[in-house]
Design a protein around this ligand. Structure first.
Ligand SMILES: [Zn+2]
Length: 176
């Protein structure tokens, strides 16, 4: 399984806003170059293909100018229907942060050999202050094997787990 598949599966399963049928969709929406915001990517996905009718939008509480394709609606789980236009975006956001953490650790491992004793480990940095599970990770320093690339399973509902992982480097380690 690639990191994209794994990140998509985790985000879909943990958040529960989409059904498991959406895992390949989220994996394919995890853009290669990360230059586009997940919101823009998820919005474009909702706009593609045959759209639901105005009557269906009304029944779902979606504004008339909101986009939602039949294919996208079919992937939304009951829990995601309270905010149907956000279900893909929140899920994709969570999967994107997982992929970013994976990339940062892979880059860190490439640096580690060159840095020697200056390389302390991987520092976790939590930006989202509303999820107790993510806050627990803030300030944690680990080796690569123990880095929390995959987000906690007990996140607060709707948490995008947008904490970061970066190499912690002591530039003065070699200087006496
Ligand atoms: Zn969280």
């Amino acid at each position: 399984m690639t990191i994209k598949d794994e990140a998509a599966r985790e985000a879909v399963t943990t958040l529960g806003l989409l059904t498991s049928k959406a895992i390949p969709t989220i994996a394919s929406l995890l853009a290669n170059d990360l230059s586009e915001h997940p919101r823009a990517i998820a919005t474009r996905y909702r706009k593609e293909g045959e759209q639901i009718s105005d009557a269906e939008k009304k029944a779902l509480g979606i504004r008339r100018n909101g986009f939602l394709s039949r294919a996208a609606l079919a992937e939304i789980a009951p829990a995601g229907l309270t905010e149907p236009l956000a279900a893909h975006e929140i899920t994709l956001l969570r999967a994107t942060f997982t992929r970013l953490r994976y990339d940062r650790v892979a880059q860190g491992e490439a640096m580690r050999a060159q840095l020697g004793p200056s390389f302390i480990g991987y520092l976790h940095d939590t930006l989202h202050r509303e999820c107790p599970a993510c806050i627990r990770l803030d300030g944690l320093v680990t080796d690569a094997a123990n880095a929390k690339i995959m987000p906690p399973s007990d996140c607060a509902p709707g948490c995008s787990a947008n904490y970061g992982i970066g190499p912690k480097i002591d530039w003065l380690a070699d200087i006496d």
